[in-house]
Design a protein around this ligand. Structure first.
Ligand code: NI
Length: 143
């Protein structure tokens, strides 16, 4: 890896043991990669804590398309927030249930509002917003 700074981390043996167990379970091959992911996760949390910062995410919805008005309501909400939705994917899970994934971007507060509106529609069996960002303090950020 180019242009990295090495740091030393002091940990209690018990904490290190638990960390090593955790990263083994998750399939990390090195502690460094696991620590980098934890830092990135913390950065994402930080960005999402600021309602006015720019962020990206996905909204996953599972719903019963036969439930009265659910499709119409979901479409109505998506059109009202069209500028925050980059892409959507629809999969018919079985005769009744649909899975929809929306790729969203914009101000954190707008994305959260959109997700809340969609997830609370009657007939939506499960809805989840997954948050991310393009900002990880990497070189590519300057591009
Ligand atoms: Ni469907």
């Amino acid at each position: 890896m180019d242009n990295v700074t090495r740091i030393g981390v002091s940990l209690e043996p018990e904490l290190l043991k638990k960390f090593d167990e955790l990263i083994r379970e998750k399939g990390y091959t090195t502690r460094s990669e696991a620590i980098r992911d934890l830092i990135r996760d913390a950065l994402v949390e930080e960005i999402w804590a600021d309602e006015n910062s720019q962020a990206f995410g996905t909204i996953t919805l599972v719903y019963d398309h036969e439930k009265g008005g659910v499709r119409e309501r979901l479409l109505e909400i998506q059109h009202a927030h069209h500028s925050n939705i980059s892409s959507s994917m629809h999969i018919h899970l079985d005769m009744h249930r649909c899975l929809e994934v929306l790729v969203v971007g914009g101000k954190v507060k707008d994305i959260k509002k959109l997700a809340d509106e969609l997830c609370s529609v009657r007939g939506v069996l499960h809805g989840k917003l997954a948050m991310t960002t393009g900002h990880f303090g990497t070189e590519n950020e300057k591009d």
